[in-house]
Design a protein around this ligand. Structure first.
Ligand SMILES: [Zn+2]
Length: 165
């Protein structure tokens, strides 16, 4: 699977962002970045999405929300518990939107995770202008903010809870 290739070939993070640019949008979903080459992709059909709330310390790396897709098309989203179901599910919703868009565009778990792990700046790695999933992250944030308004969640308080983890 791509994840193994990605690990084996140790793709330099600086090369990951090119995944979005060499093809027109219509072409992108048919390609994956393996090593430094684009290869035609057999698209996995999504069958299920599961959002799990877990202790923050159990995340794979320093993040509040994480997603992965297995070979059978089952998406697992892991959210750090903030002891507030609305906050937890807002993160889950964000991740759900993001993973579906990334999957459609050939931006894999491996690409996102490598970028996130290498990120040293402040705030969220997805907010970085060179994040390989920036557009998908921004759209997810838009939906998340809309839902937060309907749940009467104050964005500042929610954001503080996320940053306090
Ligand atoms: Zn995001």
């Amino acid at each position: 699977m791509l994840k193994k290739h990605c690990k084996k070939n140790k793709i330099p993070v600086k090369n990951l962002k090119i995944a979005k640019f060499p093809f027109g949008m219509g072409d992108l979903p048919r390609y994956d970045l393996v090593g430094n080459q684009f290869v035609e992709r057999k698209s996995i059909s999504i069958k299920s999405i599961r959002i799990q709330v877990i202790p923050h310390k159990s995340q794979r790396y320093e993040t509040v929300g994480d997603w992965m897709i297995d070979k059978r098309g089952a998406i697992t989203i892991k959210v750090s518990d903030m002891k507030n179901w609305k906050y937890n599910m807002l993160v889950g919703l964000h991740e759900m939107i993001e993973v579906l868009l990334c999957h459609d565009r050939g931006i894999t778990d491996c690409i996102v995770t490598n970028f996130d792990k290498a990120f040293k700046g402040k705030g969220e790695p997805g907010d970085e202008p060179n994040a390989p999933y920036q557009e998908e992250h921004n759209f997810a944030t838009g939906i998340e903010r809309t839902m937060a308004a309907m749940l009467k969640v104050k964005w500042k308080e929610y954001d503080d809870a996320v940053n306090a983890l």
